[in-house]
Design a protein around this ligand. Structure first.
Ligand SMILES: [Zn+2]
Length: 361
């Protein structure tokens, strides 16, 4: 936003030179201009739609575009652009319209559509199955005095998590699914409170949203965790037989024995482990089509927040704030929206597969 303002001040004089304009919708709702008989697009709208990061060097009057490992630079009034350091000559120069940078159609077709491709987005089509779930708990990790991971350029995990959680909530509600957010503001919530909010909600699913960090700054990607019970299946079978007459809830709270507590939680969890694994795979599979990031896959771990959850639950690490490129991406609304939409489609696929399982029983 800041750079557009600068441009409008510096190049306002050029606007007079530009002839007639028509605004036509394209598939991505990007306005189309006609400048001197040639078709142009506003650069900022293209970048927003594709999640491309824009930086402007006022001194060199050069715009730098980056997405994943692709880099493009261009200058106003110049028809030469650099694509990953390779020169490309356009049939019309980069221009300015209404105070903002406009690029010729050739730039969109030969640069944007090739290097910053629109990732296939699973848009909900008419007739596509509705999500067959009543309620989903969405847990935005960290908050308040616990910022979570912090990127080199100051991006705070707690903010990324909350934004994606809220976007996912809006999308689910639009599908008629109720949502419960463990936090909807920048507030510290202890893990035990998150677990009890989830367990009391009567929800069908628990989705915890986090962002990753690693000492190795080159590490990047998206991954999903579920909890694998620690107790061996044989031991669990024996305990399940004995505990079938017990009220599990009472057993948990009546005992101070940590081992027993862990085993009982494991048993409760084991009931929904298969579903959690299924959900993890659905989310990863769909996300592979939604974002250009590495899909690191489904993993298991014993996250405290997932351990006490009595419904199918997963913990999603949406990306690494410690990676410069992912920190830039995670800062954009476009990327956050894409992540939320991908999680939604993963939930849809999961709910369809669960429905198939139920009807075949
Ligand atoms: Zn976290």
């Amino acid at each position: 936003m800041k750079f557009i303002l600068k441009i409008s001040v510096v190049f306002a004089g050029l606007v007079i030179l530009i002839s007639g304009c028509a605004t036509l919708p394209t598939g991505e709702n990007i306005p189309v201009y006609s400048i001197g008989g040639k078709t142009y697009y506003p650069l900022s709208a293209l970048c927003d739609a594709r999640g491309v990061v824009v930086q402007y060097d006022t001194l060199l009057r050069t715009v730098y575009l980056t997405k994943d490992s692709q880099r493009v630079s261009l200058r106003i009034g110049d028809s030469l652009v650099l694509v990953n350091d390779n020169p490309l000559h356009l049939n019309a120069p980069v221009d300015v319209y209404q105070g903002a940078i406009a690029v010729p159609a050739q730039f969109k077709e030969q640069v944007f559509d090739v290097w910053f491709r629109q990732t296939v987005f699973p848009v909900r089509r008419a007739g596509m199955a509705k999500i067959k779930l009543n309620k989903v708990v969405i847990d935005a990790g960290h908050g308040g005095n616990d910022p979570g991971a912090i990127g080199r350029n100051g991006l705070r995990e707690k903010d990324v998590n909350l934004e994606i959680a809220k976007k996912l909530s809006v999308l689910l509600r639009a599908e008629g699914v109720q949502t419960v957010l463990t936090r909807s503001t920048d507030r510290f919530i202890p893990l035990s409170t998150r677990v009890s909010i989830a367990n009391r909600s009567g929800a069908d699913l628990f989705i915890s949203i986090h962002s990753n960090a690693a000492r190795l700054r080159s590490l990047s990607g998206f991954e999903v965790y579920y909890v694998a019970p620690s107790v061996s299946d044989a031991k669990r079978a024996g305990l399940t037989a004995r505990s079938s007459a017990l009220n599990l809830r009472d057993a948990v709270f009546a005992s101070d024995n940590q081992d027993l507590k862990a085993i009982v939680w494991d048993m409760i969890y084991a009931n929904s482990r298969a579903e959690s694994i299924e959900l993890s795979h659905s989310v990863c599979k769909i996300m592979d089509d939604c974002i250009d990031a590495n899909i690191l896959g489904v993993k298991n771990a014993r996250f405290q927040v997932l351990k006490g959850i009595t419904m199918p639950g997963i913990l999603i690490e949406v990306g690494f704030v410690s990676n410069a490129n992912e920190e830039r991406l995670l800062r954009t609304q476009a990327y956050r929206e894409r992540l939320a939409a991908g999680i939604l489609e993963g939930i849809r696929e999961y709910s369809q597969e669960m429905a198939i399982v139920e009807t075949s029983r």
